[in-house]
Design a binder for this molecule. Sequence first.
Ligand SMILES: NC(=O)c1ccc[n+]([C@@H]2O[C@H](COP(=O)([O-])OP(=O)(O)OC[C@H]3O[C@@H](n4cnc5c(N)ncnc54)[C@H](O)[C@@H]3O)[C@@H](O)[C@H]2O)c1
Length: 347
Amino acid sequence: MTVKLRAVMCGCGGMSNVWLNVIKTLPDVEMVGLVDINEAAARGRAEQFGLAGARVGTDLEKMLGEVKPDVVFAMTVPEAHHGVVLAALAHGCHVLGEKPLADSMAHAREMVTAAAAAGKTYAVIQNRRYDPRIRRVRRFVEGGALGTLTTLNCDFYLAPRFGGFRDRMRHVLLLDMAIHTFDAARYLSGADPAAVYCHEWNPAGSWYDHDASAVAVFEMTGGLVYTYRGSWCAEGLWTTWESDWRLVGTQGSLKWDGGDALAAQTLTGMEGRRAVYQDAAVPPAVADAKSADVKSGGHAGVIAEFLRCVRTCETPETAAADNIKSLAMVFGAIESAETGRKVEIKI
Ligand SMILES: NC(=O)c1ccc[n+]([C@@H]2O[C@H](COP(=O)([O-])OP(=O)(O)OC[C@H]3O[C@@H](n4cnc5c(N)ncnc54)[C@H](O)[C@@H]3O)[C@@H](O)[C@H]2O)c1
């Protein structure tokens, strides 16, 4: 029988509910500790999920020293990710942390370096790429039917009334949400960011204190251009949370609404100067170990892959050393919006 991995969770707010609902279905992991600076939050989750054997505390260092877990699940507010992850690595733990990896590129680099030095697995929850529908699109692109991708466009238009911290947050759309969309662009294209120009603004009628709309043009490796248009205060005709996409390749194009609707056309030949296209069938989504579950928002896939990689010493798809490239797109876009200049993206 497989020995269970022993886990401590740090941060027991909203997202811990999603995580614990996944973890309770996994036979190979045991929650041995719950930490939150608000002890009532940690205790509440322990009671809710019947974790009678798990310790509850407010001090992560103390918990790690006493419980000596194999893994730490880090889901505090973004400003605390840096301290939590460094502490976990220093105690010899593997770490799976919520997005965004860090609150600055300097912190992110330090965390990635610390994980490499410790020889531990450190991955980030980039759950939306574990949705079977995006994996369906990626599989089709990889199959080569569109030829070489040259252009990637996406629209993200919603108007959620969150209330709370997001209404007061600077760069709310880019910092809190666009990391998912930028990571999806990297996933769909297989390309990495090279440079970005971004314009950010707060449209009339916005209920946010700071800019909640942005347009960004990314130059990606291989000469691909990725454009992002997004708003969190666009009334009516919402897109999906996954964005509305158009992928253009040398041999065809694909449109995907971020949900179940997609269409593709490929070039079949020329009749004189007229190009002839045919509708291309995109094979259905395959539920595999990584993407079996849409309902949990993909958390089930990321968590399962992380635990498997800890056991096998493989590298998870969302390893921090790779995910830092998606984070660099966020901070590059913010720098461009603040300076009004095109920014070279350095990892
Ligand atoms: N993947 C997704 O789809 C998704 C969705 C929402 C939020 N998130 C991310 O999840 C993380 C947590 O978000 P949330 O909605 O649960 O926030 P939350 O505010 O509900 O909970 C955060 C918890 O962390 C605790 N905390 C803060 N600093 C701490 C520290 N130093 N040590 C221990 N506990 C500490 C707080 O007391 C709070 O209980 C954020 O990084 C957020 O961006 C991800």
